[in-house]
Design a binder for this molecule. Structure first.
Ligand code: IPE
Ligand code: IPE
Ligand code: MG
Length: 247
């Protein structure tokens, strides 16, 4: 027991954790259920991971809920997902407020049903002053869409600001300006699927075989243990990193 506590004490917690929540469909299939049941079960895993991340000291959590490419799925599944989002946001708003979680939906919201857009506005407004953890839910989101959006914003800026552009100033044009420290993808696939392309430049990446609805505290600890064991070099040599005490 003491050993476990000691190792928890040594755990490095990523400042910004991002998660590609994948495997809902396969979870449903494994349980002989319809895909939508996998998404419903996935919503419980979302609640678990938000609570655990905040408790463990993550300061920013970005969850991939629906990609710009997911509109290509059958209409039945897309509609079920929209209904689920409305229900989940309605149910969770108070819980997020009570836990101090400032929540934003990142993505092109214009394509969502009006009722969902309204629910999102209520959620964002209700939690806007919370400061325990930032939660970004990426919905109708694509990394390329976000880069293009920042480029369009840039084009509308005065010439002087455009001339003085650097990486930091360009990052500030993004909805999520903060670099990702640890990216987790569940469900066994090993790809980025157009998620946070700019912000993941130096992210450590943990691929978990666990299907998203089964993802829990132990899986999160496994990912943090992996993260704690990484030497983040940012282009330097190992020796330079050790001398600088950057770990
Ligand atoms: C991720 O699970 C949830 C969304 C993309 C909305 P999937 O639905 O992609 O699950 P699999 O990959 O088919 O198992
Ligand atoms: C990525 O999962 C998007 C989300 C988790 C919301 P997908 O299941 O859509 O990704 P691909 O299509 O397998 O790359
Ligand atoms: Mg998938």
């Amino acid at each position: 027991m003491q050993e476990q506590v000691a190792s928890l004490d040594n755990l490095k917690i990523p400042h910004h954790l991002a998660v590609i929540m994948d495997g809902n469909g396969r979870w449903a299939q494994n349980h002989g259920k319809l895909r939508v049941s996998g998404h419903q079960e996935g919503a419980n895993a979302v609640r678990r991971i938000i609570t655990e991340s905040a408790k463990m000291g993550v300061k920013e959590l970005t969850l991939f809920a629906f990609s710009s490419e997911n509109w290509k799925r059958p209409a039945l599944e897309v509609n079920a997902l929209m209904t689920l989002f409305v229900k989940a946001i309605r149910q969770e708003t108070l819980h997020l407020l009570e836990n101090g979680i400032c929540t934003k939906i990142i993505g092109d919201k214009n394509r969502f049903p009006l009722i969902l857009q309204k629910q999102i506005a209520i959620l964002e407004d209700t939690t806007k002053d919370c400061n325990v953890m930032r939660l970004n839910i990426a919905a109708n989101y694509g990394g390329r869409w976000e880069i293009l959006k920042a480029a369009k914003t840039l084009m509308s800026l005065p010439q002087e600001r455009r001339d003085n552009l650097d990486e930091e100033k360009f990052s500030a044009l993004f909805d999520i300006p903060c670099d990702v420290d640890l990216l987790i993808r569940t469900g066994g696939e090993q790809r980025i699927s157009n998620f946070l392309l700019w912000q993941c430049a130096y992210a450590e990446i943990f691929f978990s075989k666990t299907l998203w609805p089964d993802f829990g505290k132990d899986d999160l600890l496994e990912a943090f243990t992996f993260f704690s064991g990484r030497e983040r070099r940012f282009g330097m040599t190992s020796e330079q990193v050790r001398n600088k005490g950057l770990q």
